[in-house]
Design a protein. Structure first.
Lengths: 256, 289
């Protein structure tokens, strides 16, 4: 039977759909005209305007503080959770599993409003601390799922062998289990880190006056600032993402 | 193994994540539902009386149309995502492993870009003075006064754009495991292409489809940023109303009542999916996979 070409066309259409708006943004960031109905010449102006904006650097610092700290805590909590889910098959773990799953499916806005109410009720001032707590909350589940995936192929009898040979439990964890899980822990950590960098909705609900993060700042620029400057910022962020992905790929390849 | 030590160890290993999620996820979610029964105080805080008035206020004449719009936008965008993801993932799963990896990478790469910026790209793309609009006008598809932005269709397109990869990946994962010899067997037994597709292929990737529906439909229901940026007042969804009640009117109980409504709309499909998942895991365990 002759193969239908329809699936091929759909795939091509999807890829065009995915890239078209991004390509327009790239072109626009160098266009002297604001909305790009016409090409009014090549310019770096938008980039210079971007670099002279002091608030961006402040927002970037906040974003990185939160991303690093929330990744650190959620990697520890998520890995321990994955270990419990892997090791024990009890009723407690079934509810543990459900509890880990729910934050993955709940829409951001619900997590945002519920945490806002929680902090307001406890009279905790909104700021970097509340953003950090919120980011850990949504990252734990992602880390736990990724690390659990790595656990699926882990042979626990190696741990028992080490214990029989006289290793303490903690030595066996450190020398056998953690090295084995490392790619999963790194992948989970990278995911938590990017989710934290990227999050707008939840952060928007739990942030205070002086805790603007980069996504919050981008949002206020979208509302009040020049669209061309955001185009330039977008290009830089995309370039940065590519560099990070490229480096992490190289690192993983070097290890293998 | 029935002494108390393993139980204590299990408890200690479960406590950190479970405790954290209890405090910062379960309690706040229950709090939202409780706050829907509180009155608001004039200073933007939460009043100290229990009341049904907040729930009654949901009968605001604007709400039925907003709830209806939220539902149809979510349902239609889920259908579009599934209907395009099925043939695409079929195609991807049938090409060589090398090309599969390239296309998957091409699908994932745009989604490394910040969520806000991806939505903003659509605002630039659909802008009244933008290139795309001019092309449409030149081709006489759109008139010079046609507005591409700030309408429910724009919200629909951007929701599809944002969540299509989440539909593609699980359906592809299911298609990749599908044994395509079954299709040939169906042809040999006299099925035409359409019948084989509908009665052999679709049931074969059922779990992937179910995951795809959940991961598109639920976030779509909670959309807030997308209608906020590319939609106008005529394209608001429940998420926008929650944010307005929270930040503009500072009426937290009212925002809670709306959120409680959305929570129930979300928990229902999620609960169904989770139960199905556990049954599936139980079955696969019992046959020794």
């Amino acid at each position: 039977m002759k193969k239908s070409r329809f699936p091929l066309y759909i795939t091509i259409a999807i890829l065009v759909f995915f890239y078209l708006p991004i390509i327009i943004v790239f072109a626009q960031s160098f266009n002297a005209s604001r909305f790009g109905g016409a090409w009014k010449g090549f310019t770096f102006d938008w980039y210079w305007k971007l670099f002279s904006d002091k608030n961006i650097w402040h927002a970037l610092t906040n974003t990185l503080i939160i991303a690093v700290s929330s990744t650190f805590v959620s990697v520890i909590l998520g890995t321990i959770a994955a270990f419990a889910l892997y090791k024990y098959k009890t009723k407690l773990q079934v509810s543990h599993n459900v509890l880990i799953y729910f934050p993955l499916v709940i829409p951001d806005i619900l997590m945002g409003i519920s945490l806002l109410l929680f902090f307001v009720s406890l009279k905790i001032g909104l700021g970097l601390l509340t953003i950090f707590l919120a980011h850990v909350t949504f990252s734990i589940s992602y880390v736990a799922m990724v690390v659990l995936g790595r656990f699926q192929d882990f042979d626990y009898s190696i741990m028992e062998a080490a214990l029989d040979l006289g290793a303490t439990w903690w030595t066996a964890v450190r020398k056998i289990m953690i090295p084995y899980l490392m790619p999963g822990i790194a992948a989970g950590g990278l995911l938590a880190f990017t989710l934290s960098l990227d999050d707008f909705v939840i952060t928007f609900f739990v942030s205070g006056p002086d805790s603007t993060t980069l996504p919050l700042y981008i949002y206020s620029m979208m509302r009040h600032g020049s669209p061309s400057v955001i185009n330039a910022l977008s290009v830089l962020m995309v370039a940065f993402t590519f560099i990070v992905v490229f480096i992490s790929k190289k690192l993983l390849e070097a290890k293998e | 193994m029935h002494n108390s030590k393993p139980r204590k160890n299990e408890f200690l290993l479960t406590l950190p994540s479970m405790g954290w999620l209890m405090i910062f996820f379960v309690i706040p979610t229950l709090l939202v539902i409780a706050m829907a029964f509180r009155n608001s105080d004039p200073y933007g805080g939460i009043g100290d009386q229990w009341t049904f008035n907040t729930i009654r206020d949901l009968r605001n004449p604007n709400y039925p149309s907003i709830i209806w719009r939220t539902l149809w936008l979510s349902v239609v965008s889920t259908i579009i995502c599934i209907v395009t993801a099925i043939p695409a993932s079929y195609f991807i799963s049938r090409i060589s492993k090398k090309f599969q990896d390239i296309i998957l990478l091409l699908i994932i790469v745009p989604f490394w870009i910040n969520f806000l910026i991806r939505i903003f790209a659509w605002k630039v793309f659909l802008h009244p003075e933008g290139l795309f609009k001019q092309i449409l006008v030149t081709l006489h598809i759109a008139g010079p006064d046609t507005l591409l932005l700030y309408r429910p269709e724009a919200v629909l397109v951007v929701i599809v754009y944002s969540y299509l990869p989440f539909a593609l990946l699980p359906i592809y994962a299911a298609a990749e495991k599908f044994d395509f010899h079954l299709m040939e067997a169906a042809y040999d037994l006299g099925a035409n292409r359409f019948q084989a597709f509908l009665r052999v292929y679709i049931p074969g990737i059922k779990m992937g489809l179910l995951t795809a529906i959940i991961v598109v439909f639920i976030p779509a229901l909670g959309s807030y940023v997308i209608p906020d940026i590319v939609g106008g007042p005529s394209s608001e969804m429940i998420g926008n109303k929650i944010a307005q009640r929270t930040f503009i009117d500072r009426n937290l109980p009212h925002a809670s009542a709306l959120s409680a409504l959305l929570t129930f709309a979300v928990i229902l499909p999620a609960a169904i999916a989770l139960t199905r998942k556990f049954f599936k895991e139980k079955n696969s365990r019992s046959i020794g996979i």
